[in-house]
Design a protein around this ligand. Sequence first.
Ligand code: DO4
Ligand code: MG
Length: 289
Amino acid sequence: MKLAKVRLSDGTIHIAKVDQDQFYLLEMTEVESVSTLSDILHSPDPKGLVNFLQQPDREPLTGADIKLLAPIDNQEVWAAGVTYKRSQVARMEESEAGASHYDMVYTAPRPELFFKSTASRVSGPGDPVRVRYDSNWSVPEPELTLVVSPEKKLVGFTIGNDMSARDIEGENPLYLPQAKFYNQAAGLGPCILIPEEPFDKDGTKINLTIMRDGETVFTDETGTDQIVREFDELIGWLGRENDYPDGVMLMTGTGIVPDDDFSLEDGDEVQIEISGIGTLINPVVKAEE
Ligand code: DO4
Ligand code: MG
């Protein structure tokens, strides 16, 4: 089952069940304590609740009737790093000084986890993601993103873009928060998948395509079978001595890193497809200094 957060032309925001590109608005007034996407996600039985809130006689909407919003309310967004071999190798090349740290964290029991975004900084589908004006080497990172409840239970999946300023991180790994955390540095969407079956970690594919002036300038694919960590392991570490009363989203790391001579430019378009979830598309902006 897929859920989306949508805005209608009258400005009202709704939660919709998505089925074959059709959007079934949920009647949120049916249950007093349920008014947000998080209320559904964090309920004991999200799928049962969605089925209860769906109005069988209400006509579905199409993509033309709605604007998709980032599927987030007040959750913090965190990210795991160096969970794929490709990321370990790229980071070691990027940062001479920090190479051994990236090497060690790939195999260490404790994963790299960092704070990625507040909800207000997140870009939804179609909204711009940003390259910092003080970065000349920035890339998108296409990441399967875990949707985790305040009880630290994995309740769903979405697509995340962990925008990264490689030059800033490469200059000194202590600059990581500046390379990762700034306005519009995180993309999320287009929907949340609440799987009917156990998530297919062995078979799920992640594709990244970057368009420039209508041409593909980069494309690559990986699979979540390449993640060196288990999802429960990452959530376990994330929840150590940390609570998330509004829930938390956890990006699970990138397995795709463009070659070192590639950097995003103003006007590019980033397309991230994860099988079973959908495609997150964002234009790229970069301001003049
Ligand atoms: O260590 C830096 C960040 C790594 C990261 O974001 C990733 O591997 O996806
Ligand atoms: Mg990342």
